[in-house]
Design a binder for this molecule. Structure first.
Ligand SMILES: Nc1ncnc2c1ncn2[C@@H]1O[C@H](COP(=O)(O)OP(=O)(O)O)[C@@H](O)[C@H]1O
Ligand SMILES: [Mg+2]
Length: 367
């Protein structure tokens, strides 16, 4: 056994016993193992010394005057610094209840008096080792939590930047490229109106073809920039935006689309609304593109604690594990990542020939 955190540091042990002989015996045994010993004669002195010296471990007799070992142990366990410090209690068992009482008071271990030096040494070393492990485990857990939070914050920022970048691109596409093409179109129209001579007719036909191409390009740019713009959640609200989208799907695909809502999305953070919108959008797009379904049902339930979303289609279904393993599609993965970022849960259930069920629950607090 070794002490990983600081191999050169000697562990400090606080020994509390009203019998001088016992304290000295413990000192002799443990000093032999390179440990530093502090001595207290009863519980309240042990408590005071514990606060003063912050020992790595406490060895304590149960029966002592003023404050007994059980109370002193419970008090040590009650202060934050005492949490990881093991207390090894000992006494000459009389009633037989001592062991139980010692563990209830928070002791990490128990030895009967008279003390056996070898047993004491091994128990002390083992408890010190376990304490080191516990401190290390807690530290790793804390580091892990912090890293997770850092990654989560970073990912949220990336997602936000992605939404902002889409807005910028949509605007550039619409304003700059759209403007250039509109000017081009106007110039071509002027040229066209000026070509009136019979010998110009052949070139005029070409010009009209080019004009048509420019019109098509303009229409495509308009449609693309519309699609890239974020949903007007802040202006219309989540329900109206979703309803518009679902109506559009019903009209353009002849699928039957049902929309059920329970509760209302009051004061939801925009980030949460955006996530819900994007997830429903992806689920619906998938149903339209891949499922050959006749019907889609979207359900939303809002409560004070969480938002529930489900999207069902009665289409051909697919093997979720297989698609997930392939990893060359980003739609489903993107949904999962968005939901995870808000500490939510997502379930994707699909079976060949039996449609697809997607269920999302996102907590409102912490999101
Ligand atoms: N509702 C659905 N019905 C049938 N197949 C689906 C459905 N949703 C997803 N899939 C299958 O899972 C694959 C992965 O979906 P996704 O990650 O959104 O990527 P993409 O839509 O770009 O292909 C799709 O290509 C499709 O084969
Ligand atoms: Mg998709």
């Amino acid at each position: 056994m070794s002490f990983k955190s600081d191999a050169t540091r000697k562990p400090m042990i606080l020994v509390a016993d009203d019998q001088r002989m016992t304290r000295h015996m413990i000192r002799r045994i443990l000093e032999h193992d390179e440990m530093i010993i502090q001595e207290a004669q009863e519980g309240s002195e042990a408590l005071r010394m514990f606060k003063e010296f912050s020992p790595d471990m406490v060895l304590m007799d149960i029966v002592m005057p003023v404050m007994d070992g059980l109370e002193a142990c419970a008090r040590i366990k009650g202060v934050p610094e005492g949490r990881y410090v093991p207390v090894l209690m000992f006494t000459a068992p009389e009633s037989g209840k001592e062991i139980d009482l010692a563990f209830r008071a928070g002791a990490a271990d128990f030895i009967s008096k008279p003390l056996n030096p070898e047993e004491l040494r091994h128990r002390v070393k083992r408890l010190l080792y376990l304490r080191e492990l516990e401190i290390e485990r807690e530290k790793n857990e804390k580091d892990l939590k912090e890293s997770f939070l850092r990654i989560q914050t970073l990912s949220r920022k990336v997602l936000q930047a992605y939404e902002e970048e889409r807005i910028r691109l949509a605007r550039e596409l619409h304003d700059e490229l759209g403007m250039t093409l509109t000017t081009l179109k106007l110039n071509l129209q002027i040229l066209n109106s000026e070509m009136i001579l019979p010998r110009e007719m052949k070139r005029k036909e070409n010009l009209i073809d080019i004009l048509q191409l420019v019109e098509d390009a303009l229409a495509a740019i308009r449609a693309k920039s519309m699609a890239m713009r974020p949903p007007p959640l802040a202006d219309l609200g989540l329900l109206a935006v979703l309803e518009n989208m679902l109506q559009h799907v019903e009209m353009s695909t002849h699928m039957k689309v049902q929309f059920h809502v329970e509760g209302s999305p009051d004061n939801l953070p925009l980030e949460l609304e955006t996530t819900i919108y994007r997830c429903v959008q992806e689920a619906i797009t998938n149903a339209v593109r891949h499922s050959s379904a006749k019907a889609i049902t979207v359900k939303l339930k809002f409560s004070d604690e969480e938002v529930f979303v489900s999207v069902d289609d009665n289409g051909i279904g697919f093997n979720v594990a297989e698609k997930r393993q392939k990893g060359d599609h980003v739609g489903l993965k993107g949904m999962e990542e968005r939901v995870n970022l808000l500490n939510g849960k997502i379930l994707i259930k699909s079976h060949k020939g039996r449609g697809t069920h997607i269920q999302i629950i996102i907590p409102v607090i912490n999101s």
